[in-house]
Every structure is written in structure tokens, then in C-alpha cells.
Design a protein around this ligand. Structure first.
Ligand code: GDP
Length: 189
């Protein structure tokens, strides 16, 4: 049920030959600390494949993982990590926008991860607007859903559906192993 045999292929900053292939790209993006690395580790059933945004030296590059399927996982740097200066943040923002808007790739899916407790931020809204404008496939994953009570969960669902309309979202928790099956069925149908 997991993405099989995911392994680190390469870390790149911007364009690279490894991105130009016939493999489907699954691109993981989100603000720092939303639990992006925990989520990648959970769907690949690995403990230490992806590194947290707070890991020094890992903050700027796109980490590429190959798998046993004809799929590459692209782990983008977390946006907005408190310890990165404004210049670096802008570089990260530009790199993500470059991959979304300029990089030519038809067969890809974006996984936009948010922190359920924080909800949709301006950054998420900016990215979603671009996805919608260009007509890009994406799934919104609300991670850390274990932190919400019933009332908060209903509010989050309402917020997400009113913003996203009919688009797909998954309530997720890496700690409670919730949403994994659902996300995997979307990523790897
Ligand atoms: P990243 O910076 O987006 O890669 O986030 P990390 O995966 O490093 O996670 C950031 C923090 O959130 C860590 O302390 C994790 O243990 C915690 N975390 C990640 N996923 C969950 C979750 O589903 N529930 C809760 N409660 N905490 C989580």
C-alpha cells in the first residue's frame, strides 16, 4: 500500500536533467513545519527519507526520490522557515513558482500540505490560485488533523470546501496514521 522502495536520488536547485524524463512527478509543497517530511516518510514507509525543513543545509534544494513505480517524488523546500533570511525565502518562493508555472511537465500532481491547526494561509491561497488559473492537478492535504476537536474539524472542512469548491482534499495525521490510504489512492491510483 505504500510507495515502494523510495530512495534519495538527488538534491537540485532549479532545473536539472533528472527532472526531464518520462516519469510522473509528485510534487510536495507547503510551508515549513506543516509536517511535509513526516508525511513523505509516512507514505513511503521510511523513517528518515525526507528531512525536516529545520535540518540545516536541506532548506534550499528540491530533494528528488525515485521509486519502484514510474514516478519521481519531488520534495520542495518548506516555504517560510523562520531561520531563513528574506533573500533565501524569496529564492525558495521563486523556485517553487518556476516549477509550477514555467517548467514544462504535463504528467504531474501537486500535493499541497497545510497545518490543520493553522488553516489556509495567504501563501497557500496564492499557490491554489495559480493551480486554478493554469488548471494544474493538485490535492490539498490538511496534516496534523489529530490536533483538532470535532468543532475545529468541521470548521476546517467548511473553510476548505468554500475556498476550493469541488477540489480534492485529505484530512491527514502522520502521528495517528490517518488519511494515508486515501492519499495514496489519489497519488497512485
Ligand atoms: P516539515 O518542516 O514540514 O518537514 O515538518 P516536519 O515533518 O519536520 O514536522 C514538523 C513538526 O510537526 C514535528 O515536530 C513533527 O513531529 C510534527 N508533526 C508532523 N506531522 C504531525 C501530525 O500529523 N500531527 C502532529 N500532532 N504533529 C505532527
Amino acid at each position: 500500500m505504500y510507495i515502494k522502495n523510495a530512495r534519495f536520488l538527488k538534491g537540485v536547485i532549479g532545473d536539472d536533467a533528472s527532472l526531464h524524463d518520462n516519469l510522473r512527478h509528485i510534487a510536495f509543497i507547503g510551508r515549513s513545519n506543516v509536517g511535509k517530511s513526516s508525511l513523505i516518510n509516512s507514505i513511503t514507509n521510511k523513517k528518515t527519507l525526507a528531512f525536516s525543513s529545520s535540518t540545516p543545509g536541506r532548506t534550499l534544494q528540491i530533494n528528488i526520490y525515485s521509486t519502484d513505480d514510474p514516478v519521481l517524488l519531488l520534495d520542495f523546500p518548506g516555504f517560510g522557515y523562520a531561520k531563513t533570511d528574506i533573500k533565501q525565502r524569496e529564492k525558495i518562493r521563486k523556485m517553487i513558482l518556476w516549477y509550477i508555472t514555467v517548467f514544462e511537465k504535463k504528467d504531474r500532481l501537486f500535493v499541497l500540505i497545510i497545518d490543520s491547526k493553522v488553516g489556509l494561509t495567504d501563501y497557500d491561497m496564492e499557490v491554489i490560485k495559480i493551480f486554478k488559473d493554469i488548471g494544474i492537478d493538485y490535492v490539498l492535504v490538511a496534516n496534523k488533523a489529530d490536533k483538532l476537536n470535532q468543532k475545529e474539524t468541521s470548521k476546517l472542512k467548511k473553510d476548505i470546501t468554500s475556498v476550493l469548491g469541488l477540489d480534492t482534499y485529505v484530512l491527514y495525521s502522520t502521528t495517528k496514521k490517518m488519511g494515508t490510504k486515501e492519499l495514496l489512492s489519489i497519488i497512485n491510483p
